[in-house]
Design a binder for this molecule. Structure first.
Ligand SMILES: [Zn+2]
Length: 264
């Protein structure tokens, strides 16, 4: 078993490679309390790939990426590798937003809770199929300066959860492209993230595009890499137009730029 690194910062993505996997052999992996799916490089390859996403809020420390399989004699076998997680250095940001996004009324609160339930159901679904095809790209053409990942936020003077996405400032109407091929898991207006698209790339990898002015796909659609899926906007809890781009890998919130740098 080989990890792209044994040390990671909160929000990082590590690649895992397992070699010598026999045909038909069932190999299971576990990371961060979740079963980690593995995929074969090609149908007859002995090499398997997987990912270790270090959640933005995973406390610093040493953790094990575990592998288990059944030996030729039928005995269970296991091995593991340590990943040392280091604390990220995330600044605190103070923002002023409309009061309804800091103190939603009961109706709005109910909506936000329903959105959250919907998102959890999506992230609980791991499609055991590589739906991407090639390199992951940034979702805006020419915009490479993403910011704000991991920022601790104080909204209207009150502490809120850290920022799990990367923000790309861009004008309303700027086309937004799918980072890679996949299946649209969600395409609708959510309370906090406004008009939102979530793409399932398979094996627990999801990208999210929020605050869109316009959505150009529907849930269930198959999208190609770099297909236009919507336009930048300022819907939901925002201070101005921008694209909020998120990456979730088996429930872990990752700095989305990592999937472009690491390429699973
Ligand atoms: Zn954002």
């Amino acid at each position: 078993m080989k990890l792209s690194s044994g040390v990671a910062t909160q929000g990082n993505l590590l690649l895992v490679q397992v070699t010598g996997a026999k045909q038909g052999q069932t190999i299971s992996a576990e990371w961060d309390g979740h079963a980690m799916p593995l995929w074969r490089e090609s149908p007859d390859s002995a090499t398997l790939h997987s990912l270790a996403g270090v959640d933005l809020e995973k406390p610093a420390g040493s953790y094990e990426w575990k592998l288990s399989w059944t030996g030729a004699d039928g005995h269970p076998l296991a091995c593991s590798q340590s990943i040392v997680v280091r604390e990220g250095k995330f600044p605190t940001e103070r923002l002023s937003v409309e009061n309804q996004y800091v103190h939603p009324d009961p109706e709005q609160e109910k909506r936000a809770a329903e959105d959250q339930k919907k998102m959890k159901a999506i992230y609980d679904t791991v499609t055991p199929e590589v739906l991407w095809n090639g390199k992951f790209e940034l979702p805006l053409k020419g915009e490479t300066e993403g910011k704000n990942f991991g920022r601790r936020r104080v909204l209207n003077g009150e502490a809120r959860s850290p920022h799990t996405g990367v923000d790309f400032p861009a004008a309303t109407g700027t086309p937004v492209y799918a980072a890679q091929a996949g299946k649209v898991a969600l395409a609708e207006n959510l309370y906090f993230s406004g008009n939102t698209v979530v793409i399932n790339h398979g094996f627990g990898i999801y990208t999210l595009y929020a605050h869109l002015s316009e959505i150009q796909v529907q849930a269930g659609d198959t999208v190609k890499a770099s297909q236009e899926i919507g336009k930048v906007g300022a819907t939901g809890r925002v201070t101005g137009p921008h694209l909020h781009w998120g990456l979730t890998v088996n429930h872990a919130h990752i700095d989305a730029r990592q999937i472009v740098q690491q390429q699973p």
